[in-house]
Each structure stands twice: as C-alpha cells, then as structure tokens.
Design a binder for this molecule. Structure first.
Ligand code: GLC
Length: 534
C-alpha cells in the first residue's frame, strides 16, 4: 500500500509522467489531467466511470502508488509514463474527451485510456494483458520504497508519503531526470529546490542526487550565473524570461511601501548561492572525487558571478537584483524595491567559500583551499563591520537600511563564523517571542507589522529556512536549539496533514494558498527524519 492517495492533494501519477488522475469533488467520476510549465492543468479526459454488467456505477475503493482500484476488481494502472490503462473483466467503462465525445468500452483484459492506442512502449507485449502491467508497477514501487532510509517509527508514515512525492516529482527535464517542486503549479527544475532535493536523494540514490546539481550546472550561463529555472522550453535567467502573470504579480507588490516599483531594464534572475553547500553534502554521503573535480570550476565561476554582476555599489557585499533571486518572492524585504541585501545572501556566500575550500582540499588543491578560507574570513569581517549594528544585522534596500524583521536576519548563523557574542544575540532573538512559537520559525517576526500568517513569505513556516537555520545553529554552537527546532519542524509536518509548500506558524496547518506534494518539504522532512534516527 505504501501511501494512500486521496486523488485530490495526492493524485495517482507516476515517476516520469505528466499525467495526474484526480477525483474532483465537483464532478462525477475521475479526471485525467496533464501538468505543464507555467500553465493550469490541461484536461485529457473527464468523468471516467466504471459500471458493472447491470449498469451500476462502481466506486473507487482504494488508490495507492500502484493502482486505482474500483469495486468489482477493475484497476487503473500506468503501463509506462505516458500510458494509462484500465484492466478488468466484465462491465463497461466510459469517459468524456475534451471536445465532448464520450468513449465507452467493454471491460476485458487491458485497455488504453490515455496514450498510444496500440499499447505501452515498455516491452510488456503478450504479458501486459495478463497482469504484467500490474506486476511491473508493483516491482517499480517495491524497488523505490526499498531505498527509503530508516526513520523513527512515529515519522514513518509521513516519510513514506514524502518518498512517494519525491518519486512522482521526477520528470525528464533539461536532458536529465529532474525533480520538480510540485506537479501542481511548478513544472520545471528550480535552482535551490534542486539543491534541497539532492540533499534527500543522497541517502538513497547519490547518482540521482548528483544529477539534480548537474542539471542546474549544465545550464550555467557564460557569465557564470546559474538560472532560476530550467524548464521544457529553456531557462528562466533574466526578467525577460518571466511569464507575464509573474510580471503582473511583481508589479503589484514590489515597492508598495515607498512606490519604488520594478525597473523596466532587464536584470538577471537566479537563486541563493547554495550550490557548493549541496555538492559538499552529497559528497559527504557518498564520496566522489570525480564529481567534485567536474563541478569545482563551475562552482567557482558561479560564486564569482555574485561579486562581478550582482554587487552594484561594488562594496564587496553582493545584493539581490530581483525578488525571485532571493527565493523569497513576496517577502516584505521587497516592499521597498527590487534591489535588496537581506543578511542571508552574504552569509550563504561566506559559507560557500568555506565549501569551496573543502572541495579544493578534497581534490588536491591545498593552496586554493587556503585562499578560499581567507576569503570566507575576510567576507565575514566585512559583513560584520558594515552590517552589524550592535543588536542585529541590517537589511538594505537600494543601499539604505529598511525596517523589516524577517527570519533572514538570523541567517548569519549559517556561516558558523560569528564572534560568540554576536551569535548568542542572534540565538536569543530566535528564542524570543518575536520568532519562537509552537511552530517556529515564522519567516517574518510575529510582532512585525508586515506579519501575515498565511501569506507565502510574509509569515508562514518553510522547511528550507528551518533546515538552514538549524544547521547554522549547530555550526554556531547551539546544538540544543538546533535539535529543538528540528524536533518541532518534524512534529509540525507529521501532524499537519501533508507535504505542503508552507505552513501557518500560529496553527501549524497548511496555509490555504500553499501547494501540495512539494518537493523540498518532502526532501527535507526525509533528511531531518533520517538524521533524527541517528
Ligand atoms: C516559489 C518560491 C521559490 C521556489 C519556487 C519553486 O516561487 O518562492 O523559493 O524556488 O517557488 O518551488
């Protein structure tokens, strides 16, 4: 059984497939839809119903990764990623095509519902009508679930759901098998999502983990910049690549506090510099010096890009030139304009320099390693000298400090290089009522005027933020707080119903507009659960 599919939040779908089988509340029977990049789901067929010989409609009795089963024994199965078949003996099935045509078939053997009429391409001929499709599906899923690392018993059910999510979110994209954030709304490989996905996959399939990173690096621009998204039609790496709907949304909220607005000049769009961090994590789980040697020059160029192309005032402290580059699309940081420097960016860069040092050491470049360590130390000194005001790190917008209190204020802990007093001050802030509740950590302080518990990056809890912060706490000497943060994060996801995109920090429930089956929530839940089991 592995996971029960409700056919709403968790559709029946398959690794490598863009098809989703759903049971919409508002209509009779099942619907098959197709997921595409930046488009609403397109309907392939609707009102799929199975009837017995007397014409009585037979309900779905269960759905799991292997099959959707109807009363009486008929089953809907994937014969291959683009072929859905119906098996059963006796009775009829019917469905409606988008133009309104209704198809009816007598149920016998194995019949194609979506896909090439003459059957699947996977070499099941002869066998496939006789239960071969089902046996192949059972084998596939047994193999995938056998890879799930051990987790504590109380987390096992949610971990199975997460593991299924990671499988079905794998699709051929950008020349490799890439993990998409969600088949609901995010059909591409997003830059930092891919890195978080790699962190979980390293436990079970290091090759697949490396592929997520390589897919991103395959699409590096000549400037060294990494794209924000790799999708079916190319990459999103600049504002001119943004879908129209995103441009409209951005112009509504960016700069609303001071009328700054979006600039018409094209700017690069990327995601936070965590690539070397992910490479090192994958390497730690499955040492592979060849992989390190292959990616090192690309990582170096990606790192340098921030200093040459994303530091408009040239002060050695790069800035984000677009909200999406921070990964925190609608954070109140952007209420003051599209060019901003919250404290996370330079913290990630400092740590990335340390990771580059680790990689240089592991690939026999001791002198380069020493230079990266010096760079990390100097960068840290600079951030401290220019951005620490004695109580906290400043967020700048267009070069000037702005009044926002976000979780990014605490991210300098990620460097593990802060003076003890500064680190202690940040940890105190995290444990204060501004940021510490039953469900830490809100992305905007509970007592900041911009806090909204259900609005994406304006308050909700996100697993990647908690994950990075917990790691930073540990590196900065706060193992107890790190463990407590991880414990509460796991409990929130275990008890909160599903692998959502983000959660309301007051209730621990899914925020209403958050998508489900979200890749990095699944990935980081698994990784935290695995670490939790020691
Ligand atoms: C949203 C998030 C961004 C993420 C993307 C794909 O735009 O704000 O951080 O990378 O979705 O999941």
């Amino acid at each position: 059984m592995y996971v029960e599919l409700d056919l709403v939040e968790r559709p029946f779908t398959e690794r490598g497939s863009r098809l989703l089988v759903l049971a919409p509340a508002e209509e009779d029977g099942l619907r098959v839809a197709r997921a595409e990049y930046e488009a609403p789901l397109t309907v392939e067929l609707s009102r799929l119903v199975v009837r017995d010989a007397g014409g009585r409609e037979l309900p779905v009795v269960s759905a799991d990764p292997v099959a959707v089963r109807f009363e009486g024994g008929a089953e809907l199965l994937f014969a291959d990623p683009s072929t859905l078949v119906l098996t059963g003996e006796g009775g009829t099935a019917s469905w409606r095509l988008p133009g309104g045509t209704v198809r009816s078939v007598e149920l016998t053997g194995c019949q194609v519902v979506v896909g090439p009429e003459d059957g699947p391409e996977v070499g099941l001929e002869g066998e496939w009508a006789a239960g071969g499709v089902r046996r192949a599906a059972e084998r596939r899923w047994a193999e995938w679930f056998a890879l799930l690392p051990e987790v504590p018993e109380e987390l096992a059910e949610r971990a199975r759901m997460a593991w299924w999510t990671l499988a079905v979110n794998l699709l051929p994209i950008g020349g490799r098998e890439g993990l998409v954030p969600s088949k609901y709304g995010y059909l591409g490989v997003w830059n930092w999502d891919a890195l978080f996905h790699a962190v979980a996959l390293r436990h079970a399939s290091p090759a697949l983990a490396r592929d997520q990173i390589l897919l991103l690096l395959d699409h590096q621009l000549a400037s060294g910049q990494l794209p924000d998204v790799v999708h079916d039609f190319g990459v999103l790496a600049e504002t001119t690549d943004l879908p129209r709907s995103d441009l409209a949304r951005l112009s509504e909220h960016v700069g609303r506090a001071n009328g700054a607005g979006m600039s018409a000049t094209p700017v690069p769009v990327t995601k936070p510099p965590l690539t070397a961090w992910a490479v090192w994590k994958v390497h730690q789980a499955d040492p592979d010096p060849e992989f390190l040697a292959e990616v090192y020059p690309k990582l170096v160029r990606a790192h340098e890009w921030w200093f040459t192309a994303s530091d408009p005032d040239g002060d050695g402290l790069p800035e984000y030139l677009h909200p999406y580059s921070s990964g925190l699309d609608d954070s109140p940081v952007w209420d003051y304009g599209p060019r901003a420097e919250p404290p996370d960016l330079n913290s990630y860069l400092i740590h990335q320099a340390d990771c580059l040092a680790d990689i240089a050491e592991a690939t026999g470049r001791p002198e380069e390693a020493a230079r990266w360590r010096e760079r990390a130390a100097a960068h840290q000194e600079l951030m401290l000298a220019r951005r620490w005001d004695g109580k906290g790190f400043r967020t700048l917008s267009d070069g000037a400090p702005v009044r926002v209190r976000t979780v990014l204020d605490l991210m300098p802990l990620f460097t593990g290089r802060l003076p003890a007093g500064v680190a202690a001050e940040l940890e105190r802030t995290l444990r204060s009522p501004s940021f510490w509740g039953r469900h830490p950590v809100p992305t905007v302080a509970f007592d900041d005027p911009a806090f909204e518990p259900d609005a994406m990056w304006r308050g909700p809890v996100w697993l990647n933020v908690n994950y990075l912060l917990a790691e930073g706490l540990e590196r900065s000497g706060f193992a107890g707080t790190a463990a407590e943060l991880r414990r509460r994060t796991l409990a929130m996801v275990r008890d909160g119903g599903g692998l959502y995109e983000y959660w309301n920090p007051l209730t621990g429930a899914c925020a209403p507009r958050a998508t489900s089956g979200f890749g990095w929530s699944a990935a980081l839940f698994v990784d935290l659960a695995v670490s939790g089991s020691g």
